[in-house]
Design a protein around this ligand. Structure first.
Ligand SMILES: [Ca+2]
Length: 178
């Protein structure tokens, strides 16, 4: 009985942790500007999809300022990325750009936007081209029209591949009226 009680207690803790991690991401009223878009304050509040350890803040490689986010791409990782919610987007074309560089055998790094059409259970998305694998900074951008009934979108940096690194800095958001 003691073992059963113990495992039930552990189950409760794990569920609570999962709920708390999930809650931390969606947010109810996302701000109209990205927070810490240049990684000068570390990696928070960017949300890491698979493994927070995959993304580290480099204190020396920043495109501007001193810091940027560096993600190591490794065999078996597949697609990974980090994101933030952004609000004040309804009925507007939103353009996102970031400075990205990549280096490695097959690393792909790009910028991505998406939102959910809950009524239709669809996800609408767009992405930039991947950064050339030349170890130089490139400005990547993509834009998406957000329908008037959608009040928040997710802004991503994404990586995929089996070997290499990708660096991200200076996310910026612009909005245009339709
Ligand atoms: Ca920076």
């Amino acid at each position: 009985m003691r073992i059963l009680l113990l495992s039930a207690a552990i189950g409760t803790v794990m569920i609570a942790l999962l709920v708390s991690a999930w809650d931390a991401h969606p947010g109810s009223n996302p701000p109209g500007e990205l927070s810490n878009p240049d990684f000068e304050s570390g990696s928070s509040p960017w949300y890491f999809y698979l493994n927070e350890d995959a993304g580290k803040v480099s204190a020396t490689d920043g495109r501007d300022g001193s810091k940027c986010l560096v993600m190591q791409v490794h065999k078996g990782m597949g697609l990974d990325g980090f994101s933030q919610w952004l609000g004040e987007v309804a009925g507007r074309t939103v353009r996102v750009q970031a400075q990205v560089k990549s280096l490695g055998a097959d690393v792909e790094a790009w910028v991505y936007i998406e939102f959910d059409r809950d009524s239709e259970k669809r996800t609408i998305s767009t992405s930039s081209a991947p950064a050339p694998r030349d170890g130089a900074w490139h400005e990547l951008s993509c834009e998406l029209f957000v329908p008037p009934d959608i009040d928040r979108i997710r802004i991503f940096g994404r990586v995929e591949g089996t070997a290499g690194h990708a660096w991200f800095d200076n996310f910026e958001v612009e909005r245009e009226q339709p």
